[in-house]
Design a protein around this ligand. Structure first.
Ligand SMILES: Cc1cc2nc3c(=O)[nH]c(=O)nc-3n(C[C@H](O)[C@H](O)[C@H](O)COP(=O)(O)OP(=O)(O)OC[C@H]3O[C@@H](n4cnc5c(N)ncnc54)[C@H](O)[C@@H]3O)c2cc1C
Length: 280
């Protein structure tokens, strides 16, 4: 529950939201509240100002645009799951949305919130890396700013976002006809479980073989990460499923409350290997 001292702003337009953010850079942004309210309830946060974005309708929606798909920060998992355009354009993002929480979480939790929470276990984050997504930010003073997802997660729960900025959306580059994507999540249970390992992948096949490879993992490092050694081993020529052997050059998971480093490394290897071999 928010303390009686918390000052809640409820902007209706993006301009109002950005003005509130500029006036209260130390305040917190509230989207669906599925992470934030848990943190407040647990006493980890006691914000003096809360900027509730839920009334800012322009931040919600999925729009095909020239060369990319725009997904508003307030778009919920349920909206991602039921968007026909995404089923063909970004199937791995739809798959990730399906695995996030149960229906209640899917109805409230937003893509912007998953990014803003910056958890290394956020399920959509490796997907965004694998799709070369770009995060769209806005501030009252500087207007719109674009940051590739790959450069947005800069440390444990740290983002390349300035205190007066709001995430307005995500841009997913148009799908190439030769793109093949995959998503795998391993948790304690099939549903309602935080990932122990999550993998998202995209291979771009052309007449000459694999032209571009994107392999990304979550829950194996302080941030979601790409796997450049595996990617380089896959690029150029026909599919080489044995590229999984390079994974140990890219990730070095640690022990934590949810899992051991050894388990995570083994599972990440199994997941990547099984996915690559399934394509052969
Ligand atoms: C029971 C349960 C199950 C869950 N299961 C999963 C799961 O399977 N996978 C998973 O990845 N997550 C899971 N979560 C976590 C959570 O639901 C997601 O991270 C969700 O996407 C958060 O979105 P939200 O809109 O509720 O964010 P909020 O809680 O409103 O905000 C989260 C953080 O992001 C910031 N923020 C939100 N929107 C913006 C914005 N537009 N600009 C800048 N900052 C912003 C907030 O200030 C806050 O720090 C679960 C949570 C619960 C309680």
């Amino acid at each position: 529950m928010l303390t009686s001292r918390a000052n809640v702003r409820s902007p209706r337009t993006l301009e109002e939201a950005l003005a509130a953010r500029a006036n209260h850079p130390d305040g917190v942004i509230l989207a669906g509240g599925t992470d934030l309210m848990v943190q407040i309830e647990a006493g980890q946060l006691n914000p003096s100002h809360v900027i509730d974005l839920s009334g800012v309708g322009v931040l919600r929606g999925i729009q095909p645009r020239d060369g990319y798909t725009w997904i508003g920060a307030l778009t919920t998992y349920t909206q991602l799951i039921h968007a026909p355009h995404l089923a063909t354009e970004a199937p791995s993002l739809v798959e990730a949305a399906r695995t996030c929480g149960a229906l209640q979480i899917q109805n409230r939790g937003t893509l912007g919130g998953n990014i803003g929470n910056a958890s290394p276990a956020g399920d959509t984050l490796p997907v965004l890396l694998s799709l070369d997504a770009v995060v769209e930010l806005a501030s009252a003073r500087r207007g719109l700013r674009l940051v590739p997802a790959e450069r947005f997660f800069v440390g444990y729960r740290a983002l390349a976002m300035k205190p007066d900025e709001i995430i307005t959306g995500v841009r997913i580059p148009q799908r190439h006809p030769g793109d093949l994507t995959g998503f795998r999540k391993v948790g304690t249970r099939a549903a309602q479980a935080i990932s122990k390992v999550v993998m998202a992948a995209r291979l771009r096949f052309t007449a000459d073989g694999i032209q571009q490879a994107r392999i990304a993992f979550g829950s194996v490092a302080p941030t979601p990460v790409r796997c450049p050694h595996v990617e380089r081993a896959l690029e150029g020529g026909p599919l080489r499923p044995g590229a999984w052997a390079h994974l140990s050059e890219d990730i070095a998971p640690i022990d934590d409350v949810r899992s051991s480093a050894r388990y995570r490394m083994q599972v990440a290897t199994n997941v990547l290997r099984a996915w690559l071999e399934s394509l052969g």
